[in-house]
Design a protein around this ligand. Sequence first.
Ligand SMILES: Cc1cc2nc3c(=O)[nH]c(=O)nc-3n(C[C@H](O)[C@H](O)[C@H](O)COP(=O)(O)OP(=O)(O)OC[C@H]3O[C@@H](n4cnc5c(N)ncnc54)[C@H](O)[C@@H]3O)c2cc1C
Length: 467
Amino acid sequence: MSSHPTFSAHDLAHALDGLHPDLRILGPDALAGRHPGEDPANLNAGVMAQPASTEAAAALISWCRANHVAIVPQGGLSGLVGGGVSHAGEIILSSARLNRIIAIHADEETVEVEAGVTLEALQGALAPHGLTTGIDLGSRGSATIGGMVSTNAGGILAFRNGVMRHQILGLEAVLPSGEVFSDMTRVVKISAGPDIKQLFIGGEGAFGFVTRVVMKVEPIRPHRAVALLGVENAAGALQVAVRLRRHSALLLEAAEMMWPRYVRDHAALKGFDLSWLEGDSALLLIEVSGTSAEVSTALIEEALAELWEEADLRGGIVAQSSEQARRFWDLREDSVFYFAEFPDAPSFDVSMPPSALDTYVTDLFQRLSAIGSGLDAYVYGHIADGNLHIAIAAPGPLPTEMKALAEDAVYAGIHASGGSFSAEHGVGLNKRSAYLTHVDPVKQALARQFKAMLDPDMLFNPGKVPF
Ligand SMILES: Cc1cc2nc3c(=O)[nH]c(=O)nc-3n(C[C@H](O)[C@H](O)[C@H](O)COP(=O)(O)OP(=O)(O)OC[C@H]3O[C@@H](n4cnc5c(N)ncnc54)[C@H](O)[C@@H]3O)c2cc1C
C-alpha cells in the first residue's frame, strides 16, 4: 500500500535483530504456518515485532519512522473488518508479549493491564477477587484488551455498561513519533481539559500503539439463569428486556436475538430441539443473575409467566443445568456457522435506536429480496442496544454491482435513524467505502487533520480507515 517496499521481510528481520533487549523479531520462517486469525491476509507482511515493554515498542517505532517502514499493530487477530491485514514491506507490531496484568485494585474495582492480555485471561485473573470485566465478547479467548480498545469493542454487556470507551480510565500508547503518551489515570472523574486518550479508543491502530490501560471492572455475579424464548419481533424481545432491567431482584446480563432463518438453519445444523417453539419465530436468549441459581431460575420463570401474553411469547425454556445453558449460548455465539455453506458471506455490523429495529429488519428483507434473483440474510445481535449482525446468505465476494446493491440495502436509513454503519467491529479495510459515504464530511476532515498531525508520514496502519 503506502509503504515503501524497500525492505524484504528477511531484510527487516535482519535489520531489527538486536535493536532492543525486550524486542523479539519473528521473520518469515518463524511466521510460516501460523494461524492468521480472522483474515487470511493478516500475516502477509512476513515479519513481526513483539516488544515486551513500552520502551522496546518505542525503539521499534522510532526505527520504523527513521527508515520509513509502515507498521500494522495487531492484537489477537479476532477483528472482523480486515483492520490487522498487513502487506509486504510493512512490519507487524504485535502486543503478544505485552501480556502482564500489572495490578488489580480490588476495592477500587479497577485493573492496570498491558495491551496484549486477552479478555479471557483478564477475566480469569479477576475471578479470585470476586470481579470480572464489564465487557464481554464471544471472542474472549483471543481478543486482547489493546485490540478491544482500538476497535471500541462492545459485546454482550454494552446495553448496561457501555462500550470500551466507557470502561477505560487510563491509557498509555507509543505515538508514531516514538514518544510515549502516558495518561494512566485511575479515577472516573477528571475535568482537566480535553480527554486526548479517546483518540486511541476506536482509533484502529492509526494513531499509535496502545501498550497499557486502566480499566473499570465489576463484581462477578455467579448465580445465573438462562432462558430461550420465542418472540415474534424485536418489539416483543425488547419488552422482555426492559421489564427484566426494571426487576428489583434480578439483574439482566444478556439479551441476544436471532431472527428465524438464523434460528432454523443453526438449530438444524446443531441438532437443537425446537419442538417447543411456535411457528417460524425468532429467538431471544436472556441471562439474568440473582442471589442464588435457584432464586434466579424461580424469579425468571415467574417474570416470564407474567410477561407471556403481554410480550406475545411463542414458547420458552429455562435452562435446568449449566450444560444446557451452554448449549443455548452456543446457538448464539457460534455465529459463524453460515460460512460453511456460504464462504466469505458478506457480513455487516450495524446499530440503531432499538425502537427502529423492526421496521429496519422488515425493510431490509424486502430490499434484499429485490436484488438479482433475490437475496436473503442471517440476522442476529445484541438486541438491547440495537446492534444487529447481518450476513448475506450467499457466498462472497458478491459480483461488484450486486455488492453495491446489497450494501445500499443494509445501510439504507441507518444514519437517518441515529444509528451507525459500524456498531462495534470498526472500519478496517472492509468498511472503507461505507465510512466515506456515511460519516459526516466535517468529521472525516477533522480525523484526517488529527492523523496528519500525529502521523505525518502515514506509517501507522496505512490503507485502513481512510484518512
Ligand atoms: C466469534 C467472534 C465474536 C465476536 N464478538 C464481538 C462482539 O460481541 N463485540 C465486538 O465488539 N467485537 C466482537 N468480535 C470482533 C473482535 O473480537 C473485536 O473487534 C476485538 O476487539 C478485536 O481484538 P483483537 O485483539 O483480536 O484485535 P486485532 O484483530 O488484532 O486488531 C483489531 C484492530 O485493532 C488494532 N490493534 C490491535 N491491537 C492494537 C494495539 N495494541 N494498539 C493499537 N492498535 C491495535 C489493529 O491494527 C486492528 O485495526 C468478535 C469476533 C469473533 C471472531
